[in-house]
Design a protein around this ligand. Structure first.
Ligand SMILES: Nc1nc2c(ncn2[C@@H]2O[C@H](COP(=O)(O)OP(=O)(O)OP(=O)(O)O)[C@@H](O)[C@H]2O)c(=O)[nH]1
Ligand SMILES: *[C@@H]1O[C@H](CO)[C@@H](O)[C@H](O)[C@H]1NC(C)=O
Length: 403
């Protein structure tokens, strides 16, 4: 009987929470009433790639998760911004719908770190023709970040900014008010902006890439990073590729090395950071000879054109290596899309005995983090391709912090 009562009151409570009202009979209802759910939305500068966006997510997720730990903000949730029209997604179609986060990530795992909801889950909660965000804060940089020679954390309301928010491709989302805010520094300072209008329930930050991590590389940073597990289908696909080609079923494989060979805009705009095809071949060969000359399998993740890829593959084969790429079938492409295929490449790179990445590529950074989480020795992870000539700065090492 006691159990039944418990169960019933539980039911009443969840139902009440969903509808935002409740019978006053139940005492705990009072609390629900006082603590209306509030939501933070954000979007990122359209030209930013998938992997920088993952870091921006972490900044907001940490901001919220730290705040809900303090009692007074435990009713706040973070709305996951759908993936829409990314600059690097070459096969995308303008008629493509915004892609929810569950296509790429394990939402249950994200929720174990921060209270997040998908945007599509929000629609039924607010039954109107238009989905209205109470206030849109358009963040901008200060014209001079180092005023008087110092980089201070600061923000101020300003009066002219370009309101370019496209609401993740949804035509039926609007904002009631728009406020321009110059901002620089730690993301936790955004709570000061939030408190400008404390009764708002749905607030959005555009240019979410502007606020910075409170503590980059801290334990909290890594806890959040660990919770960013990929969607199980993608993991399964990548692991099958590894098992089939490299005969490895463990997290840490010893039978292949991997490289992330970023080309396209990098090969054009960052000539001093990336090698030629021949230079790449030489560096892979040298690294394998030094690390473990018995290894013959080389996995290549790249956004290079097929002519460059063929050049690289042929020259490596001449040296006796077996070269592997993840080549999606047409149905893989339809199912996983460019975003999912890139993640499969990243997972395969993450499990290799040794990894070489591209200098200052966020795609490479995310692989390095994954390898830190998997427990690889850092010397097998923080390696980069050097330019053919000129200086080659060592890659920064962001090693894991577990406690
Ligand atoms: N499948 C696949 N896609 C890649 C690879 N390298 C780059 N890309 C694509 O190009 C995008 C690169 O943008 P980011 O993810 O932001 O990474 P980045 O290399 O730092 O590039 P920036 O946007 O200049 O910072 C990725 O998101 C992928 O869509 C690769 O090795 N494999
Ligand atoms: C907005 O449009 C999308 C489809 O484009 C739909 O799924 C959603 O329910 C709509 N939201 C509202 C609040 O009408």
């Amino acid at each position: 009987m006691i159990l039944l009562t418990l169960l019933l009151s539980c039911l009443v409570l969840t139902c009440a929470e969903d509808q935002g009202h409740c019978d006053a009979k139940d005492q705990s209802c009072e609390q629900v009433q006082k603590e209306e759910e509030k939501f933070i939305f954000y979007d990122v500068n359209p030209s930013e790639g998938f992997n920088l966006r993952r870091d921006v997510y972490m900044r907001f997720a940490i901001m919220i998760s730290e705040a809900v730990k303090q009692d007074k903000r435990r009713n706040w949730k973070l709305v996951l911004p759908p993936w829409y029209n990314l600059y690097h997604w070459k096969t995308a179609d303008p008629t493509d719908k915004p892609i929810p986060w569950n296509a790429f990530f394990d939402i249950k795992s994200l929720k174990s770190f921060a209270p997040v909801v998908e945007l599509y889950e929000m629609f039924p909660k607010f039954k109107r023709k238009y989905f209205e965000i109470d206030r849109l804060y358009v963040l901008q940089n200060f014209p001079d970040a180092f005023e008087n020679g110092v980089f201070d954390d600061k923000w101020e309301v300003s009066y002219n900014c370009h309101q370019g928010a496209n609401f993740w491709g949804y035509k039926n989302i609007t904002a009631r008010e728009t406020v321009c805010v110059r901002f620089q520094g730690k993301i936790s300072k955004l709570w000061e902006v939030v408190s400008l209008h404390y009764s708002d329930r749905k607030i959005m930050f555009d240019h979410g890439e502007i606020p910075l991590h409170d503590l980059y590389g801290s334990k909290t940073f890594w806890d959040c990073r660990k919770s960013m597990k990929f969607n199980k289908k993608l993991v399964k696909k990548a692991k099958k590729f590894i098992a089939d080609n490299f005969d490895c079923k463990k997290e840490i494989c010893s039978s292949y090395i991997s490289v992330h060979w970023r080309r396209q805009d990098f090969a054009k705009a960052r000539k001093k950071d990336v090698p030629s095809v021949q230079g790449t071949v030489n560096q892979i060969d040298k690294a394998i000879k030094k690390f473990n000359p018995d290894i013959v399998n080389v996995f290549i993740a790249s956004d290079a054109s097929s002519s460059e890829i063929i050049g690289l593959e042929n020259q490596l084969k001449l040296l006796g290596y077996k070269v592997y790429f993840y080549l999606p079938s047409k149905s893989d492409l339809e199912e996983y899309k460019d975003g999912g295929l890139a993640i499969i490449d990243q997972i395969i790179c993450s499990h290799a005995a040794y990894f070489i990445g591209t200098h200052e590529s966020t795609f490479t950074y995310r692989i390095q983090e994954e390898r830190e989480i998997l427990g690889f020795d850092s010397s097998t992870t923080f390696n980069r391709f050097c330019p053919d000539t000129g200086p080659c700065e060592k890659p920064s090492k962001w090693t894991i912090v577990n406690q």
